[in-house]
Write a protein that binds this ligand. Structure first.
Ligand code: 7RM
Length: 656
């Protein structure tokens, strides 16, 4: 199996129409419906979004302007007052949903817990009161560094309830990475657990928090709240650290939802870019609530009877929008799973589907490729007949993996929604609407209503049909990020200036290459900047390079991605050493370990290649294109005339 190539994808002609029984009961039930709604939204985007905001969400006070666009800075539903925790909880309590399962949690090893909407409401209110007692006020940032347990969602909703923006840091990130993010956000409180389960082992989360905070390295943090999950021994620092269960005791289970301004910050979430340290992507309250809500409803064709499961981690945007906020705002039953397929239980995903009768299943291509390797007998020996819709996200899906998903998991009856979007977009942007749009394996198909997507050149001109270009968005949308936390200029530079604005018309640059075919279907080809996609996780080459050069043996490092059947891409690092160090297998191992401790296991290089020099241009720029060729074992392609010293290339070839 291999990653899709431009050639193979262009030859993909298979078309899968929605089954009529699916379409008949779908929210958007025909291509004509989609086209009508799409055109309506395009003609008057503000009227389109305003109508949805009014009918789909509860507001404390109406807005007086739908959109204020001081490009590239947007304000949606200006002066409207709203609280997303209210929309996710309170409004479901005065009807039959009160005792409906809101969150079904399947833990490891073998634990489980179901919270109804009223139970979730009480837990969230209690924790919101706990945060208040610790002095957390509207506007204060709260770090969340948690395993996949209900308390992660409870903490997010509690923050939202009192207007304290959360910053969730993926539990797989190292202490260093955690420290940088907590510092950038100047978090006041950190919520964590004694540990979490990850593939039959315990991740020592609290220990990492202790490391991150050691020597007063994050001076803004006053308190740490610790959920008891694994019961292993941890140290508690008197005055700073508190057990979650101690503080929850005797606290009121009611806490009014703070009326937030529509543009108040809801959360900041860090993501990798092509330069420098990770960016804090800022999302605000009203627009994000609407966008995550309506995309969940229409794309997953959510019905009140559905059991919905997204396998992402809450540490990523997919977990924010499609485990917590989108599903709960719709009053859905959302499944949260702490485990991951591992040697001791290769069928665990299918067990979860069978156990809870999951109807809608949303996962990543990298997971699907791993399942293919594990063999058909795992899914085939479980009852997956409850499934009615499948989704994928995170990277391009190769047509073979798509077909396997369709046949083996979907039993050829479930539509597949291949959803393209980003941390920055807040929600899904290009996707089939499953009752309306016929799918082609490997294509994310069409833009969501209200989204004006295009494939352009660097002047911003639309490129001809079936020609490669840059994926771009033409008009602001409610779920878009508002700024880079603390750095509005970086926001402007990174997303709005690659394509020069024309007569005040700004175009959002996504950083992905794409093409649009003769039917208007989008084919996303992958990143065009120095961002890698390893198992669906975004990783900046610069981040890994900085981690490597922080090791005393390393003089210089250049990191590239190498195509990988399972992970999509694998990290390959070219490294030159300081004078007194010699290449060795041991040093290679040590450098890999060093990257893991600086960033986290997702950044572990698959390969370290020692070299005397890196190929550079005369102006001193590393020629990554050549390194990418070398890493992939290909002939070096394209122009090498700008290379300063050709012998470097010859030596690198010999070394490989
Ligand atoms: C949701 C998420 C964003 C990057 C994006 C793309 C890639 C995501 C798809 C995809 C092809 C898809 N947020 N990407 N979905 N590429 N088809 N359906 O993944 O911020 O972590 O990553 O992921 O390169 O720019 S993210």
């Amino acid at each position: 199996m291999s990653q899709p190539t431009i050639e193979s994808i262009l030859q993909e002609k298979r078309l899968f129409h929605p089954h009529s029984d699916f379409s008949q009961s779908a929210h958007i039930s025909s291509l004509e419906d989609y086209q009508r709604i799409y055109e309506e939204a395009k003609a008057d985007p503000q009227a389109f979004w305003a109508k949805l905001a009014e009918t789909e969400l509860d507001w404390f006070a109406p807005w007086d302007k739908v959109l204020d666009w001081q490009a590239p800075f947007a304000k949606w539903f200006v002066n409207g007052k709203i609280n997303i925790s209210y929309n996710c909880l309170d409004r479901h309590l005065n009807n039959w949903r009160k005792n409906k399962a809101a969150l079904i949690w399947e833990g490891e090893p073998g634990d489980s817990r179901t919270l109804t909407y009223s139970q979730l409401y009480r837990e969230v209110c209690q924790f919101a009161n706990v945060l208040k007692q610790l002095g957390v006020k509207k506007g204060d940032r709260v770090g969340i560094y948690m395993p996949m347990i209900p308390e992660a969602a409870i903490a997010m909703l509690a923050c939202a309830r009192i207007g304290a923006p959360h910053s969730v840091v993926f539990g797989g990130f190292s202490a260093e990475a955690l420290r940088d993010r907590l510092n950038d956000a100047a978090a006041k409180v950190v919520v964590t657990a004694d540990g979490g389960w990850r593939k039959d082992a315990i991740v020592p989360l609290k220990e990492q928090v202790d490391k991150a905070l050691a020597d007063d390295a994050v001076p803004s943090v006053t308190d740490v709240l610790v959920v008891q999950r694994t019961k292993q021994k941890i140290s508690m620092s008197v005055g700073r650290d508190h057990w979650w269960h101690d503080l929850q005791q005797g606290v009121s289970a009611h806490c009014p939802a703070e009326p937030m301004d529509s543009e108040d910050m809801l959360f900041v979430l860090y993501t990798s870019g092509s330069t420098g340290k990770p960016k804090g992507v800022v999302h605000t309250t009203g627009g994000y609530n609407l966008y995550s809500h309506i995309t969940t409803k229409w794309i997953f064709d959510l019905k009140d009877t559905d059991v919905y499961w997204c396998t992402a981690d809450v540490g990523w945007i997919t977990g924010h929008s499609y485990i917590v906020y989108g599903p709960l705002s719709n009053g859905a039953t959302t499944v949260m799973y702490e485990g991951a397929p591992r040697a001791s239980n290769l069928g665990c995903f299918w067990d979860v589907i069978e156990k809870y009768g999951v109807n809608i299943f949303y996962t990543a291509p990298t997971a699907i490729r791993a399942f293919i390797k594990m063999g058909e007998h795992h899914p085939k020996s479980r009852n997956l007949s409850s499934l009615r819709l499948l989704g994928t996200v995170g990277e391009p899906i190769n047509p073979e993996a798509w077909m396997w998903y369709h046949k083996i998991i979907g039993g050829e009856r479930c539509p597949i929604v291949d959803t393209w979007w980003q941390t920055e977009t807040g929600g899904i942007m290009i996707t089939p609407l499953p009752g309306a749009i016929a799918t082609k394996p490997g294509s994310a198909t069409k833009p969501f209503p209200g989204i004006i997507a295009d494939v352009v050149d660097l002047e911003g001109n639309t490129v001809p049909e079936n020609e490669g270009g840059y994926l771009a968005i033409r008009h602001p949308w409610p779920g878009m990020m508002r700024t880079v936390y603390g750095d509005p200029e970086r926001f402007r530079r990174t997303y709005w200036e690659h394509i020069p604005p024309q007569n005040g018309n700004y175009t959002y640059f996504a950083g992905d290459g794409a093409r649009k075919d003769e039917d208007g279907y989008f084919w996303v080809m992958g990143r065009v900047d120095d961002v890698l996609n390893v198992s669906g996780h975004r990783l900046g080459t610069m981040e890994v390079e900085s981690a490597l050069v922080s090791h005393p043996a390393v003089a210089e490092a250049a990191v590239v991605g190498k195509p990988d059947d399972l992970k999509g891409e694998e990290v390959v690092a070219f490294v030159t050493l300081e004078g007194s160090f010699q290449p060795s297998e041991e040093l290679s191992k040590e450098l890999k370990k060093h990257v893991v401790s600086e960033i986290g296991a997702i950044a572990r290089p698959g390969e370290i290649r020692f070299t005397d020099a890196l190929p550079k241009t005369r102006s001193g720029k590393i020629m990554r294109r050549l390194l990418r060729n070398l890493a992939a074992g290909q002939e070096v392609s394209g122009d090498t005339s700008t290379l300063e010293d050709r012998s470097v290339l010859d030596k690198l070839r010999e070394g490989a």
